[in-house]
Design a protein around this ligand. Structure first.
Ligand SMILES: [Zn+2]
Length: 529
């Protein structure tokens, strides 16, 4: 048995199957019962809300030989012919492909002759806003004085494009976006009929993604079922089918932005445009993706707040390590501003391109967050150079704080575990320091915590070697700069100790003792090297 799309299989055939448009269905049924059928209807509303479905049911009901309480009997010859699409009494036209004056003239000529069978000839003109001005004018004459046996049903998603002269001659019905509950309930009903097991949470997610359109809801559900035929459709699986594509695109885009690769970013935008995606929505979704990255970075137990499959959460966690929180915040700010800007703009593409370039090239902007971003980029590029050294204090000597600024309140001293936390969030610390300090700090061979809870930075500098980064770093004002950056980070004071290891043995080897020391206390020391 071949599989039939849910949308086709379960297209409502009677008014009672139409969901979420009760205000329209009730009014139309009352008109039918009272035999007060209008001659021109205008159905408006977003796509997939049931406009053409209701138009066809209306056409069938008013032609039915034995209507029951405002519903078609589905048994008589007329009902059968219309359902099969064989009746001459229901003429469907898509104004998107037949928008010229000729197609309307043809209708106007036909209208002169009454139907040979049944009571009404019904013209359903879909996407009617696409008609040319000439076509609208030709239609107008017929709408002014339609023969009693003719009913026009005009359907449109863009009612503001319909000339007022046409509007004033139609009964207007506004189809609502269908609520998540209504869509989910309908999907559940159909899954029961099909005998397919689906998790309730999964259906709700599909209903939410359908964004008010029953048709979209059904085709999204179809997509999911096709991937997991014969299995229970779980929430995780739905997320995989509906979310996987986007996550992949967002992930690629983010990586190119981080690397400042403008042509690749523009290339992805091109892909999105070619796919006919809604650009507003794309920017909103990408911003949301970055927001999720921030949540993941900020805490470990954020997974429940994210509606994502566990696979995607793992991917996000990987990405989260690639970018600093401050830089993510700048991205989100730029994109939020963009999404306001493009909402009503005509040149969306250019605006998005500019924003992508801004993200890739923070030097184009002057504010603080952009400066931070520039620092991070510069830092990547700065190569190891020989620093200018003034006077180097003796190795291993704790420097005296000579010109420490007066603090308002002394902060508590950090416990060893907290110092270890600084060590494991090294890139965050680097982000807070001037480029030169950062560069020399990065040349350190080992960073660790000693038994006194001091943060120890060790430079392996064998006798006679020329590496002087350690000497630079060991200057009181530099140490102080690092200490205050750490205070800013964890709101505790930490003592920095710079050691120049001239023993010739790698400091990584001697560090093992300290790791063991902490391990004996049940503290795990991780090394980024
Ligand atoms: Zn019938």
């Amino acid at each position: 048995m071949s599989y039939m799309a849910l949308y086709r299989k379960f297209r409502p055939q009677t008014f009672e199957d139409v969901k979420g448009q009760d205000h329209i269905v009730t009014t139309l049924q009352n008109q039918i019962k009272a035999d007060r059928i209008g001659h021109a209807y205008l159905f408006t509303g977003t796509r997939g809300t049931g406009k053409t479905t209701v138009a066809k049911i209306l056409a069938r009901t008013i032609n039915c030989e034995n209507p029951v309480d405002g519903c078609p009997c589905m048994e008589c010859a007329m009902c059968k012919a219309i359902t099969a699409g064989n009746s001459m009494n229901v003429i469907e036209m898509d104004a998107a492909s037949n928008n010229g004056v000729d197609s309307i003239r043809q209708i106007v000529e036909e209208v002169a002759y009454p139907p040979t069978e049944g009571k009404y000839r019904v013209y359903i003109i879909d996407e009617v806003h696409m008609l040319s001005t000439g076509a609208f004018n030709a239609l107008l004459k017929t709408l002014e004085e339609p023969p009693s046996y003719v009913v026009f049903i005009l359907a449109t998603t863009e009612v503001h494009k319909i000339p007022i002269t046409i509007l004033s001659r139609c009964q207007r019905y506004d189809f609502h976006r269908i609520s998540i509950e209504t869509i989910a309930a309908r999907l559940q009903e159909l899954m029961d009929k099909e005998g397919i097991q689906v998790e309730e949470k999964a259906l709700r997610y599909v209903a939410k993604a359908a964004d008010g359109s029953m048709r979209d809801g059904l085709s999204l559900l179809d997509q999911c079922i096709a991937f997991y035929i014969g299995q229970t459709l779980t929430y995780d699986n739905v997320l995989k089918v509906l979310g996987a594509i986007d996550t992949e695109v967002f992930s690629r885009l983010l990586r190119h932005v981080i690397n400042g690769e403008i042509p690749q970013c523009i290339g992805i935008l091109e892909e999105i445009i070619t796919q006919g995606r809604d650009l507003n929505q794309f920017i909103i979704d990408f911003t949301w993706y970055l927001r999720n990255l921030m949540l993941i970075k900020s805490s470990d137990d954020m997974e429940d707040a994210l509606e994502m499959s566990s696979d995607n959460i793992a991917l996000l966690k990987e990405e989260a390590t690639m970018v600093d929180t401050e830089i993510l915040m700048r991205y989100i700010q730029v994109l939020s501003a963009l999404s306001n800007e493009i909402k009503y703009a005509t040149g969306k593409r250019v605006l998005i391109e500019i924003a992508l370039i801004k993200l890739c090239k923070p030097e184009m902007e002057q504010d603080i967050s952009a400066l931070n971003n520039r620092m991070a980029n510069l830092e990547k590029k700065v190569e190891k150079g020989v620093p200018v050294v003034m006077q180097a204090p003796a190795a291993g000597q704790a420097p005296a704080p000579s010109q420490a600024p007066v603090k308002k309140e002394p902060l508590p001293a950090a416990i060893p575990e907290e110092v270890q936390q600084v060590v494991s969030q090294w890139s965050m610390l680097l982000g807070k320091l001037p480029v030169n300090v950062k560069t020399y700090l990065k040349q350190a061979n080992t960073r660790t915590v000693n038994e006194q809870g001091e943060l120890v930075i060790i430079y392996d500098q064998p006798q006679g070697s020329e590496r002087m980064a350690g000497d630079f770093l060991n200057r009181p004002e530099v140490i102080e700069e690092i200490e205050s950056a750490i205070e800013e980070m964890i709101h505790k004071t930490v003592k920095i100790k710079v050691e120049i290891n001239s023993s010739g043995v790698s400091s990584q080897d001697t560090k093992t003792d300290i790791v063991d020391f902490f391990a004996s206390k049940g503290i795990e020391i991780e090394s980024e090297e």
